[in-house]
Ligand binder design. Structure first.
Ligand code: ADP
Length: 436
């Protein structure tokens, strides 16, 4: 929930919406202030007549004020008459609430004060220093109804306008969404990602530049891969020749160190070539109905002998799905091999779990080993990436296993996630969609 709130708060569209709401409110406030100023100016002429009217009303009531005449005026002209001072009374108004707090005297002339707002008028006439007679006039029902209608129409109109503008801006900024998805795809290693180049102006330019960058990146990476493959392939022949020549050397020369280095070089070139082969095969997988639980059992079997062993958690009812069993076995073996390799002999067993979740099945491989530092997690699936060189020597891999595993999982339309805490262990979660 907190994550969603943060995302909404940080979203460009939310910010735009806020700017628009603030803008619309600002425009309304400015229009209102200008309207009031204009109205005040217009009121100046009216106020002069009102002052005379107030005086004539006060004269009608007489001095001292006559309650009966005031009652007649209140009834006839639909107003409330209030006398303040030592002798005070209120007549008329049908108990309607007079919004007195909004009424500030706008003009004052010879003991007569006029205040008005939205059709409400207050005319105050000072009779003597101690008493004042106040005439409160209300807008008629029709006036009030038209004011309410006006308020409602402007509110609904503003909302509709804001919605239309917001949708329009969203529509205009669609390329930002495409670019975000495209960048995420590139990050996940899909180098053939391109985004739609639509519209005109800066966003189109940005999309074009993004695509040019993606093409360049793809060419660079493919070129690098091919170069590596070529070099590895070419190295095999001189390596074999070297090994042959070494074997023919005089027995009195100790060649064991050179032999070891040569073996390592050979293993490395073979590994690179095999990876390239599996990589291209992973892209063309051959799915067939497979009992996933059985597949997991068979994979785990190969590791049971190695400490700390594998603990299985597989549902009783068979889970059959369409996968390429050979590729899946290879990916699982890599994950289990790592889990065992990066655990200690006295760690708790590696846990291999299978679950069905809605229209997907989830495989988790969890170990209680050395863990992976947070800064390495985003790079784990890169070819030749190893967490640290000292691990390399001791465990003897080339950082290709997870890269291949990732390629295989992706070729199945599945996802792979990693969670890890240094010193506590690592969890790999593979989520495969079920095609049944
Ligand atoms: P390698 O052949 O070097 O094991 P991988 O591609 O399989 O290559 O793994 C890449 C790096 O990720 C490894 O060097 C290792 O440091 C780290 N790693 C992979 N799996 C685990 C794990 N279960 N626990 C800790 N570190 C791991």
């Amino acid at each position: 929930m907190a994550k969603v709130c943060r995302k909404v708060r940080q979203s460009l569209f939310t910010k735009l919406a806020v700017v628009m709401v603030v803008g619309v409110i600002g425009i309304n406030v400015i229009s209102y202030v200008l309207y009031r100023q204009q109205q005040r100016r217009a009121d100046t002429t009216l106020n002069r007549s009102l002052v005379q009217y107030a005086r004539s009303l006060a004269d009608e009531i007489g001095t001292p004020p006559n309650r009966a005449i005031a009652a007649g005026i209140a009834k006839e002209r639909m107003m409330r008459v209030t006398l303040t001072g030592p002798d005070s009374w209120v007549i008329g108004g049908n108990n309607r609430r007079f919004p007195a707090k909004y009424l500030k005297a706008l003009s004052s002339e010879g003991g007569v004060e006029i205040a008005n707002l939205h059709g409400y008028y207050r005319l105050s006439v000072a009779l003597d220093p101690a008493s004042t007679v106040i005439f409160d006039l209300y807008p008629s029902e029709t006036e009030r109804a038209s004011l309410r209608k006006f308020g409602l129409i402007s509110l609904v109109g503003s909302c509709i306008l804001m919605l239309v503008v917001y949708l329009f801006i969203r529509f205009l900024l669609r390329p930002i969404g495409w670019l975000t998805d495209g960048a995420a795809n590139l990050r996940d290693g899909n180098l053939d990602t391109r985004v739609a180049e639509r519209g005109r102006g800066e966003l189109r330019e940005l999309s074009e530049t993004f695509n040019q960058m993606a093409v360049r990146l793809e060419t660079l990476v493919k070129g690098q891969r091919e170069l590596l493959l070529g070099v590895s392939h070419e190295l095999r022949t001189p390596l074999t020749r070297l090994k042959l020549r070494l074997a023919m050397l005089d027995d009195s020369v100790d060649t064991s160190a050179i032999q070891k280095d040569l073996d390592e070089m050979e293993a490395m070139t073979t590994s690179i070539l095999e990876t390239a082969k599996t990589h291209s095969e992973a892209e063309g997988i051959k799915p067939q109905l497979t009992d996933i639980g059985q597949l997991l059992l068979e994979s785990a079997e190969g590791f049971q002998e190695q400490a700390p062993g594998v603990a299985m958690d597989i549902p009783k009812e068979p889970l059959v799905a369409k996968v390429d069993p050979e590729k899946m076995r290879m990916a699982l073996n890599m994950l289990l091999d790592n889990a065992i390799k990066y655990s200690n002999a006295d760690s708790a067993s590696v846990e291999l779990m299978l679950r069905r979740v809605d229209r997907a099945f989830v495989i988790t491989v969890k170990d209680h080993g050395i863990g992976i530092p947070a800064e390495s997690i985003s790079r784990l699936f890169e070819p030749f990436y190893r967490v640290d060189a000292s691990r390399t020597r001791a465990t003897g891999g080339y950082g290709l296993g997870l890269h291949l595993c990732h390629a295989t999982v992706k070729a199945h339309g599945a996802t792979i996630e990693v969670e890890s805490v240094v010193g506590e262990g690592t969890l790999f979660r593979l989520v495969f969609p079920c095609a049944d």
